[in-house]
Design a protein around this ligand. Structure first.
Ligand code: 5GP
Length: 192
């Protein structure tokens, strides 16, 4: 999606060789007009899939997922990362290794909000090694729901998550696919 790629080039900051910071428009301050355009693109890509629910993970996926959900006209469920007194006993739970922090944490979704009749679109801000997606996919499987696909804002295509998950048969649509990045030369994108 050219609009997102142009914004990454303009306002993204490469940190080292692995981290792309997009906190001025995507995951700290959020450009809702941009999110609206991204939502329209997700809607176009997944048209006809009968999606009835969007699943994401806190925190950075929530904003993008909410604007997308408004365009799809469906609710959003977000997986919680920390144990909360508000969570019922009846939960789907799995472990995820954090890309940005390196630690392992539990993610949880109440069984009340996911079931076998659901047709799910997973949405997240970044795809790197795919650990966050592995966690969400395993929760969808536990619920017996149908996974229609995954919508990602920024995929770092030089990291292995995208190819691994596509090879396993999961449909992944990324709006910007970073081919390479460095502090000196900036960001280049996969062209297809
Ligand atoms: P994965 O689980 O695919 O390795 O990493 C995905 C998660 O790590 C995303 O939900 C995102 O929060 C975070 N992440 C991974 N790479 C980056 C990055 O380059 N920049 C930012 N801002 N977050 C990232």
């Amino acid at each position: 999606m050219k609009l997102l790629e142009d914004r990454i080039v303009k306002d993204g900051k490469v940190k080292g060789t692995q981290i792309l910071r997009v906190d001025s428009f995507l995951n700290h301050q959020m450009d809702i007009e941009l999110f609206g355009e991204m939502a329209k693109e997700f809607k176009r890509l997944f048209e006809g899939e009968g999606i009835n629910k969007i699943l994401t993970i806190e925190a950075s996926g929530i904003g993008i997922a909410c604007i997308a959900a408004q365009t799809f006209g469906v609710p959003v469920v977000f997986a919680k990362k920390s144990p909360s007194k508000n969570l019922p006993d009846n939960i789907y739970s799995t472990k995820v290794e954090s890309f940005t922090h390196g630690n392992i944490y539990d993610v949880m979704v109440s069984r009340q909000f996911l079931n076998k009749d659901d047709r799910i679109l997973i949405i997240d801000d970044f795809l790197a090694n795919g650990a966050a997606l592995d966690g969400l996919i395993s929760i969808v499987k536990d619920a017996g729901a149908h996974l229609c696909g995954v919508g990602i804002a920024v995929e770092k295509a030089f990291q292995p998550g995208g190819s691994r998950l596509r090879e396993s048969g999961i449909r992944i649509e990324s709006l910007a696919r970073v081919a390479s990045m460095s502090e000196e030369d900036g960001v280049t994108f996969v062209t297809e």
